[in-house]
Design a protein around this ligand. Structure first.
Ligand code: ATP
Ligand code: MG
Length: 232
């Protein structure tokens, strides 16, 4: 968390701060800006201000019904507010492990390994990059060529972000660390039990490398091995 004087300063200058975040000057990933929400007559949040710096790990504690899941729904955009009360740094990816995993969405024929690999869009990016190289090699128009070159540069940056040359090793470490057995990997996702599905969904979330990971009561889903891995 930021020191108190910092939060007060940010509150007073919220317009300027948005600009600074967009310019990536401040190392802040998320700001809650005077967040207020009611369901009918029930106040859930009243004037919440919070600045969360990068690389910070924060626990939110509240009794049942306090609003923890609702806060996450606001952050992911599932629950829309009339004003923009959550300010995220540009291009910030938010990943969520929901409190209740909808098992039906994981009732798929996809192989577990393919499901995990789909956490990073590496093959899609590589296909787009190949196409862009083909396009630029035949494009005669200079301004169109420039725009394709910009696209190539963006796709290369994305592949770098997803650590294209090391991604499989990273995934393997997550698989081993979370205790997902090898012989499960070539099975269809739908054959897993509820607990195994949760574990695999969590592994995919970790692999997908979002800047912000929201875990809504994750210990509900995880066995000791996975908890130890995540906590370390
Ligand atoms: N869409 C909605 N419409 C009306 N009330 C809602 C809605 N969503 C949540 N609530 C109410 O808002 C309050 C906060 O709910 P929320 O699920 O965010 O709490 P929580 O802190 O996650 O609780 P728990 O620890 O049980 O998961 C509860 O009283 C809930 O009934
Ligand atoms: Mg909840």
């Amino acid at each position: 968390m930021l020191p108190d004087f910092y939060s007060r300063f940010l509150k007073q200058l919220s317009c300027v701060i948005i600009l600074m975040i967009l310019n990536e000057v401040w190392v802040i990933n998320m700001i809650l800006d005077n967040l207020t929400l009611s369901f009918g007559v029930q106040d859930i949040f009243r004037n919440i201000n919070l600045s969360i710096p990068k690389n910070e790990c924060i626990g939110i504690v509240g009794v049942n019904g306090a609003g923890k899941t609702t806060l996450f729904k606001i952050i992911t955009g599932e629950l829309k507010l009339s004003d923009r009360k959550i300010i995220l740094e540009k291009n910030t990816r938010v990943g969520l492990l929901p409190q209740v995993i909808d098992e039906k969405t994981l009732d798929s024929d996809i192989l577990i390994l393919d499901y995990l690999l789909s956490g990073r869009p590496i093959s899609i990016l590589q296909r787009k990059l190949d196409k862009a190289y083909d396009d630029v090699s035949i494009e005669k128009n200079e301004s169109k060529q420039k725009s394709i070159l910009n696209k190539i540069s963006y796709l290369q940056q994305m592949l770098e972000y997803y650590e294209v040359y090391n991604a499989e090793n990273i995934l393997l470490k997550i698989i081993v660390g979370m205790g997902i057995e090898d012989d499960l990997l070539m099975q269809p996702l739908k054959t897993l039990s509820g607990g195994q599905k949760s574990k695999v969904a969590f592994a995919k979330l970790l692999y997908s490398k979002p800047e912000i990971i929201l875990l809504d009561e994750p210990t509900n889903h995880l066995d000791k091995e996975s908890k130890d891995y995540v906590i370390i």
